[in-house]
Write a protein that binds this ligand. Structure first.
Ligand SMILES: Cc1cc2nc3c(=O)[nH]c(=O)nc-3n(C[C@H](O)[C@H](O)[C@H](O)COP(=O)(O)OP(=O)(O)OC[C@H]3O[C@@H](n4cnc5c(N)ncnc54)[C@H](O)[C@@H]3O)c2cc1C
Length: 489
């Protein structure tokens, strides 16, 4: 039997230090800023326990855990991991980005290419392997912080005035290392049990060695401080008014390491700048974690397309040809994402006996998805018009007879009651324009790095030789003196 939602919730009562609204929170599990999002994540574990064949596999140690931990040593396992990710994403309609199957996929992707770590340092490779088994057997909910705080992006980490603006090593001894400084964001940090730390920013060999680190720690470890952003869940007026923010606000927190002691058996990269990039890009970490992201994204776009259609039906524009064209455009874009996801899980390469989605495919999917999301949202906002704004202030307006009468007169639709219309439009605004919806646009644009970096990866991985080869082939087949083909034949 895999872990239940209750097991998961109880594991979060760990005495961690989360700061929000000027306070250090004592029990974040029941705090209004986090409690419903935590229960939404708990429901994923309950879904998993109720659907063991779809969602779990049995580890070599006899535990039943999420498929994201499974090493894909057959084609079928790769497909099943992708479908399990899609099934979990469907539980939140795609609105939980850092569900507990994202970071395990990254760690599993490091294991499929363990030789990258072994060539670097056998002790660090052994630490990673042991940690994988430890985290896998507990089916841990994890987040990661792999980006340094923004600070001044024209400067290296070592060039900032405060040497520990970005997380770096302060000291080491026989037991481990002591680290100090910040990581930019850990989405779902209040919902996760442990954090994987890494670096995706450029680091200069020599000058930046103290920042070249990767390790994993419990979020309750001494010295870890979680600085929560504003809670959209706490600000949600009611479920009726903010149906998404009230359930799926996974939060994004700055994680500060205030002289945290990390034991050696949890250190995977130490003072080796080149390994920070290799950890994600020379292994399948980036590939498997973002295959999970694409599974989720495919669900979310389908949901948003459905929302667009329901709004168009409700306002009576659904039969206008121009509106059907817009909806067709949204549907075709959702299908491109769906097709890219299918190609990821059905067209793998083999490495070390593991079946891994193609790197160029994942880079392309990331770059395209980042660009698409704001355009997709804008297209739906165009369809929505002012309907998502012309709304009662809150669900309690229906309880006031005068207001209810006026709502009945003003919220007309040919296909829905006034209350149904208000309910749908409030969902629309929460998805597209509320603070929660807006954060999602920022999330899809940035969570896996800046767009220029994604495009540079596509540039680096594309088959330019094949592409330019075709051009050169054609160019080489004629000259200024050649006769026209037609005439020559
Ligand atoms: C909602 C949300 C959730 C997130 N969750 C996580 C998480 O869970 N874990 C995690 O590790 N990170 C997370 N992140 C952080 C994310 O990884 C970073 O936002 C991302 O890597 C971009 O870095 P940045 O925000 O510092 O932007 P910057 O790198 O400062 O970029 C800002 C702008 O400057 C441009 N720019 C910067 N440098 C260059 C350059 N050299 N050449 C050209 N243009 C440049 C960029 O294209 C962009 O337009 C999250 C971010 C968001 C918004």
């Amino acid at each position: 039997m895999s872990r239940s939602g209750t097991d998961y919730v109880e594991s979060l009562r760990d005495g961690r230090r989360i700061y929000i609204n000027g306070e250090l929170v004592s029990d974040h599990v029941d705090h209004p800023a986090f409690k419903t999002a935590i229960r939404s994540a708990a429901r994923l574990y309950d879904y998993q326990a109720a659907n063991p064949e779809e969602m779990t596999f049995t580890t070599p140690t006899g535990k039943r855990v999420n498929r994201s931990w499974e090493l894909p040593d057959t084609r079928e396992k790769l497909v099943r991991r992708g479908l399990a990710a899609q099934a979990w994403a469907a539980q939140s309609y795609g609105w939980l980005g850092r569900s507990p199957d994202h970071v395990p996929a990254a760690i599993t992707g490091m294991l499929t290419h363990i030789e990258v770590f072994e060539e670097y340092d056998r002790k660090r490779a052994a630490a990673l392997r042991d940690y994988y088994e430890y985290a896998r057997d507990r089916d841990l909910a994890m987040t990661y912080t792999i980006v340094n705080p923004q600070g001044d992006r024209s400067k290296l980490a070592s060039e900032h005035e405060d040497k520990y603006h970005s997380l770096g090593v302060v000291d080491e001894d026989a037991e481990g290392i002591t680290v100090r400084g910040a990581k930019m964001l850990g989405t779902s940090a209040p919902l996760a049990e442990e954090v994987l730390v890494g670096v995706q920013n450029p680091l200069k060999e020599g000058a930046d060695d103290i920042y070249a680190l990767s390790f994993a720690m419990p979020l309750a470890a001494k010295g870890i401080k979680i600085l929560s952003r504003k809670s959209y869940e706490a600000d949600a007026h009611s479920e009726f008014d903010n149906p998404l923010a009230s359930r799926f606000d996974e939060n994004d927190a700055v994680v500060y390491f205030d002289d945290v002691k990390v034991p050696w058996d949890r250190v995977f990269v130490y003072k080796k700048t080149a390994m920070c990039r290799a950890q994600f890009h020379a292994t399948a970490a980036e590939i498997l974690m973002n295959t999970q992201s694409q599974a989720r994204y495919s669900v979310k776009l389908k949901f948003l397309a459905g929302l667009a259609r329901r709004m168009a039906e409700t306002t009576g524009v659904i039969n206008f040809p121009a509106i059907q064209e817009s909806l067709g455009n949204l549907a075709s874009q959702a299908m491109v994402i769906d097709g890219m996801f299918r190609s990821l899980i059905h067209d793998p390469i083999e490495h070390n006996g593991y079946f891994i989605p193609r790197q160029l495919q994942i880079y392309t999917a990331q770059a395209y998805s980042q660009e698409l999301y704001p355009a997709f949202v804008t297209a739906i906002r165009k369809l929505a018009g002012g309907g998502v704004i012309m709304l009662p202030s809150g669900s309690e307006d229906f309880d006031n007879p005068d207001m209810a009468r006026l709502i009945g007169k003003t919220q007309y639709s040919s296909v829905a009651s006034p209350e149904e219309r208000v309910k749908l439009m409030k969902l629309g605004w929460d998805a597209l324009g509320s603070e929660f919806g807006s954060r999602h646009t920022q999330y899809e644009m940035f969570y896996n790095g800046p767009h220029f970096a994604a495009l540079l990866r596509v540039f680096g991985a594309f088959d330019w030789a094949g592409a330019t080869g075709m051009v050169d082939d054609l160019l080489g087949s004629y000259g200024r003196g050649s006769a026209k083909r037609e005439a020559a034949e």
